[in-house]
Design a protein around this ligand. Structure first.
Ligand code: NOJ
Length: 720
């Protein structure tokens, strides 16, 4: 084990600054001959390159081993490089996108996926993943909702913490785990109008209650790194936001780990107009405790001069460098700079049977049965099935953060059914495209023809896999192109039709829901999506996912979320076509979403029989139990996400109409009755009050179960 202090002492200022620089792998593939190449762009000499501390975006053990070897030959201090990557929902084996993870309501399952991803990434020589992304989201126009677990702070917190722990494991030296970097701190998901990188303007109250908890949960879970967000928050971009980065993150939460900027975010302080030049930008970010600069060169060009001037002290620089060295040490890189990266391990792990099995399970558990009027599950006795739509045989459905995922390793719905029902005739037609401007209906006739002949039809619809993710925002989140019309015409000739959806955000499904009797939301389900779809549609798997982000009725309802405040004039009748003057409603649309948070059907029939509280009052240091009795009135085993909601009926500030305070995913055998117990304690009832404190106030609280906007049982108790 090297003496890091000694090592630091022998480093020059330039070498120290090098540890704080990160560039993408293409910079290292560039020999510097091209005067317009990435190296020239960052003004990096051969000597600078030898001092760089970390690299972003390599994709194989072979590359990592080569770069690490070359680096160690050149670096006189022999400090190994750190390799980082966005391993978001899988490395080579892809799982469902995080919005799907959210719908599983199953942190343990998400942890299992993250562990597999960590193993694969570690085999490829990756040391740090820029995961979890725990941005709280309310506006489905924003493309990055796909990377989030949705609109619920408690759910996001549990999912974030589970991912951190699973990626990092007990000991980073074991070579099967990698360090985790939580992002994007803070409130990136609050981008105005759902437009990426846009301004975020939030009250501290909303920020504290909804947006910050999941980052805090990751800090509490021991996350090693944190990334500030691109956006400005109440006027100040996060990368240069002292209040956020110092007061909240360090002073209040006690975070002591590494901070890395987002890509180019330090130099973007100029574009935001809060730094006059890169030198000032470097100073601002450094002052906020941003240790590593990703893909811009403000530190490279200006830190030294800032130190010489005394604007930044050498102790500050040493602290930052020490943190980088400590992480390298914790990962065991000084003893083994390759850290077990090996092509053989990659071969053994990538898309292995075990990883594919988890990917299939996760895809099934993340799917949400949004609607089912008696068509699903399809009978296994069918002779002929028609698979129709742009996603019936589409491999390009992994989403843009697929990492090393390969499209040719994706199982399509057609392939899933061919494997599940080898004796059944499968008819397949695309019908139309999925791009927003697709207007070619020449494929309709063939699609209608096969629908007529089939015993069952699966309509495979959605949005292309580059319609969501960074920079991919939409002003109209309905099904693109002619897909709604296709659905209507197909369901008109065959009523035994179910739609399955591939998409990265809640879409507006109002027209689809009118046209078809069943809708199964798959999201981008990962490599095994086709197998999971067949299992779910045939009843070999029982849908159990619940909506983690509300599905609006119209794009104009965005942002829409269940944990909203009441108004002084709530709309009384939730019906379209009724003029709602002087009520806080729309003239042309109801206020409620089409599918609210927590909604999701099953092939089991879960009856919520009862909710009881163990007492009708609670002392502030006490606890009461809420017991919910649920009966599975069906011959199918199934899982139910039991949700517990709270409403503070009278408080000194307007409180949300519902807030999830706990949930459990519970398995039921056929005809099984279970009593599910939750414990309610005072901290669960707190809010951020006008005096800038988390407090609870005595008074009456309502406790409910069911799902948001469809509460089934309600009881009240008094907090003394
Ligand atoms: C920009 C994205 O905002 C961030 O999420 C990602 O980790 C970095 N690029 C690195 O790829």
């Amino acid at each position: 084990m090297p003496d890091l202090r000694k090592l630091l002492d022998k480093m020059t200022i330039e070498e120290k600054i090098g540890q704080l620089m990160q560039f993408s792998s293409d910079v290292f593939a560039d020999d510097g001959a091209d005067v317009t190449g990435p190296r020239a762009q960052y003004q990096l000499t051969e000597e600078d390159m030898a001092r760089v501390g970390s690299i972003l975006g390599t994709n194989s053990a072979e590359t990592v081993i080569k770069l690490q070897k070359e680096h160690l030959e050149k670096d006189r201090n022999k400090i190994p490089l750190l390799f980082m990557r966005d391993v978001i929902y899988g490395y080579r084996t892809n799982f469902p996108i995080p919005l799907g993870f959210g719908c599983s309501f199953d942190p343990a399952l998400v942890a299992e996926c993250s562990e597999m991803a960590a193993k694969e990434a570690a085999a490829s020589g990756i040391h740090v993943t820029f995961t979890p992304m725990v941005d709280y989201v309310r506006d489905a126009r924003w493309g990055r909702v796909m990377e989030s677990c949705g609109e619920e702070p408690l759910l996001n917190s549990r999912m974030g913490a589970a991912q951190v722990k699973a990626f990092q494991g007990e000991d980073l030296r074991d070579r099967e785990h990698i360090a985790s970097c939580v992002k994007h701190f803070a409130a990136y998901g609050g981008a105005e109008a759902g437009r990426d990188y846009n301004t975020v303007d939030l009250s501290e109250h909303t920020l504290r209650e909804f947006y910050l908890p999941a980052y805090k949960a990751c800090v509490d879970a021991g996350v090693k790194m944190l990334m500030p967000s691109f956006n400005s928050l109440n006027g100040i971009p996060s990368t240069g936001n002292q209040w956020l980065m110092k007061k909240i993150l360090r002073e209040e939460w006690g975070y002591d780990g590494l901070v890395i900027s987002d890509w180019g975010a330090i130099s973007e302080l100029l574009k935001h107009g809060i730094a006059a030049d890169e030198r000032q930008a470097a100073r601002m970010a450094f002052d906020c405790g941003c240790h590593i600069e990703m893909c811009s060169n403000a530190y490279h060009l200006h830190l030294e001069e800032l130190i010489e001037e005394g604007a930044i002290s050498e102790e500050q620089l040493d602290d930052a460098v020490m943190k980088v060295l400590e992480l390298k040490e914790e990962l065991g890189l000084f003893e083994d700079p390759f850290r077990g990266a090996s092509s053989e391990k990659e071969q053994a792990l990538f898309m292995s049977e075990a990883h594919r099995a988890i990917a299939k399970k996760a895809a099934a558990e993340s799917a949400v049965l949004l609607k089912n009027e008696g068509v699903l599950p399809f009978s296994e006795e069918i002779k002929r099935i028609a698979l129709i739509g742009p996603f019936a045989d589409e491999k390009k459905a992994l989403g843009i953060w697929k990492c090393n995922g390969q499209y040719d390793e994706v199982t399509t719905v057609r392939e899933g059914f061919a494997a599940a029902l080898p004796q059944v005739e499968i008819l397949c037609a695309k019908g139309c495209g999925a791009e927003w401007n697709d207007s070619d209906d020449s494929g309709f006739a063939e699609a209608i023809e096969i629908a007529k002949k089939a015993d069952a039809v699966v309509l495979c619809l959605g949005e292309p896999d580059d319609y969501a993710g960074e920079g991919n925002c939409r002003t109209d989140i309905s099904l693109p192109g002619l897909q709604n019309r296709l659905a209507k015409e197909i369901a008109a000739v065959n009523s035994n039709t179910a739609a399955v959806l591939f998409n990265g955000r809640p879409l507006v499904l109002s027209r689809l829901a009118e046209a078809v009797p069943a809708i199964l939301e798959l999201w981008y389900p990962g490599n095994e999506g086709g197998h999971a779809a067949a299992d779910l549609l045939l009843g070999r798997a029982n849908p159990c996912g619940k909506v983690s982000m509300s599905f609006p009725k119209a794009t104009g309802q965005c942002p829409i979320y269940y944990n909203r405040n009441n108004t002084g004039r709530p709309k009384k009748v939730e019906k379209e076509g009724i003029r709602t003057r002087y009520n806080s409603g729309y003239l042309d649309c109801g206020n409620l979403p089409l599918y609210p948070f927590g909604h999701g059907l099953s092939y089991s029939n879960f009856i919520y029989e009862d909710l009881t509280l163990s007492a009708d009052s609670m002392e502030s240091d006490g606890a009461i139990q809420a017991k919910i009795t649920i009966y599975n009135d069906s011959d199918r085993a199934g899982k139910e996400v039991v949700q517990l909601y709270m409403r503070d009926l009278v408080a000194s500030m307007v409180r949300p109409v519902q807030q999830l305070i706990d949930f459990k995913k519970v398995e039921f055998a056929p005809y099984e009755r279970k009593e599910i117990t939750f414990e309610i304690r005072e901290p669960m009832l707190r809010f951020w009050n006008w005096d800038q404190k988390f407090i609870s106030e005595p008074g009456e609280f309502q406790i409910s179960t069911g799902c948001a906007d469809h509460l089934l049982h309600t009881q009240t108790f008094e907090l003394k």
